[in-house]
Design a protein around this ligand. Structure first.
Ligand code: HEC
Ligand code: HEC
Ligand code: HEC
Ligand code: HEC
Ligand code: HEC
Length: 253
């Protein structure tokens, strides 16, 4: 009898099943990834118990972010201000306003206002504000133009790929530290003097050397020549070393 199906075709069902076994999780992963918060959380803007406006307080009145979120440079979390901070002004300003009823109640009872969280990472992801602020990442880079928002809304995805996009190439997102809370800062004409290191990888000495040489040859010296009449004044230039983790345990501790 002629061999219609050569012997190897016996393997086809196995290959198909095996292939599916591999394909299903990766498709599931792709779907989960695609619909993960990167594509759904942006724009989240819950209604708050008190109609507090950043547009008014941070924008028009020009209060610095740190006036209220005063732990942001020192701690992992950026504290939401206590009622006392509000009442510093509102015992005198608009002290009869209905919009401030809950704030006055809170002041009298000592029970904090129950603000609704806008930005929230899952528990298994670790984040720290002070590290980012000290490295010169601006509030606006991660939160958008808060000073233009009447109601805070999430401007960025806060997804893993969003974090990693910056961690892989942070330089262009950095600014001088004193500009961190400046919402209008554009960075025009600013070249950060920053060295990236990558502790998650083995140090590639050649690459690092090249990067350093390039940096010394171009940015700092050019800046130095501008401001010091052509003299080499490298040591005068502040150089921050940033070291954002790319390895899993950097953010999943
Ligand atoms: C007068 C006090 C005050 C100032 C100044 C202020 N904030 Fe806020 N901020 C608050 C309060 C109160 C909340 C909680 C209510 C809300 O979300 O609107 C808040 C919430 C936030 C949130 C959302 C927190 C969450 O739940 O995820 C972010 C982000 C934020 N502020 C950033 C900023 C930035 C950036 C600046 C400077 C441009 C700033 N704030 C200035 C009082 C202030
Ligand atoms: C540095 C002073 C200052 C601080 C601190 C401050 N505010 Fe205000 N707030 C103002 C001023 C000024 C106005 C606008 C008054 C006007 O429109 O004439 C205002 C207006 C408001 C209004 C609108 C009131 C109305 O009747 O329209 C609310 C609500 C409010 N603030 C909530 C808060 C809360 C909540 C905090 C604390 C997180 C806070 N403010 C902290 C100065 C301040
Ligand atoms: C590198 C990105 C990044 C920068 C820069 C940044 N934030 Fe955040 N912010 C986040 C993330 C992510 C969360 C959610 C943190 C969580 O759930 O643990 C958050 C949460 C907050 C909250 C809610 C309370 C908290 O800590 O969870 C406030 C308030 C806030 N940010 C204010 C600020 C202010 C003010 C600045 C500038 C001084 C700033 N942030 C700079 C990413 C950033
Ligand atoms: C716009 C740039 C940027 C974004 C976005 C960003 N980071 Fe970072 N991150 C940095 C830089 C720069 C450093 C390095 C700071 C240093 O080495 O001084 C850093 C450092 C860290 C560290 C190390 C802190 C430590 O204590 O060692 C953690 C953890 C981290 N980031 C988590 C996150 C997470 C989680 C997100 C997303 C929710 C995120 N980052 C988004 C720029 C960013
Ligand atoms: C720069 C910080 C950072 C690093 C490095 C990082 N992750 Fe994440 N990861 C996050 C954040 C933030 C989330 C939460 C994302 C969200 O809520 O959408 C997350 C979510 C996850 C999830 C849940 C599924 C998902 O995509 O939302 C898995 C699984 C995961 N990470 C695995 C890893 C592995 C494996 C590595 C190492 C290869 C790694 N992560 C490195 C920040 C990081």
């Amino acid at each position: 009898m002629a061999v219609i199906f050569p012997r190897w075709t016996n393997w086809i069902p196995l290959v198909v099943v095996g292939g599916l076994a591999l394909a299903v999780p990766s498709i599931t992963f792709a779907v989960l990834y695609w619909f993960s918060p990167e594509y759904t959380d942006v724009g989240y803007a819950p209604k708050q118990p008190v109609p507090f406006s950043h547009k008014l307080h941070a924008g028009e009145l020009g209060l610095d972010c740190r006036y209220c979120h005063y732990t942001v440079e020192k701690a992992g979390h950026a504290a939401v201000p206590s009622t006392e901070t509000c009442m510093g002004c509102h015992t005198a300003i608009r002290n009869k306003s209905e919009k401030l009823t809950l704030v006055r109640e809170s002041y009298n009872t000592g029970k904090p206002v129950e603000w609704i969280r806008v930005h929230m990472l899952p528990d298994y992801a670790y984040f720290n504000h002070s590290v980012h602020v000290a490295a010169g990442v601006g509030c606006a880079t991660c939160h958008g133009r808060i000073d233009k928002m009447t109601v805070v809304r999430q401007a960025k995805p806060l997804s893993m790929s969003w974090c990693l996009d910056c961690h892989r190439a942070p330089n262009k997102h950095l600014r001088p530290r004193e500009q961190v809370t400046n919402m209008a800062w554009t960075g025009k004409g600013y070249t950060p003097s920053v060295k990236e290191t990558h502790r998650s990888k083995r140090v590639d000495i050649q690459r690092l050397r090249k990067a350093l040489l390039n940096e010394t040859a171009k940015t700092p010296v050019r800046m130095a020549q501008k401001s010091h009449g052509g003299k080499m004044a490298k040591e005068k230039i502040e150089r921050i070393v940033v070291n954002p983790p790319e390895h899993c345990s950097g953010c999943h501790r």
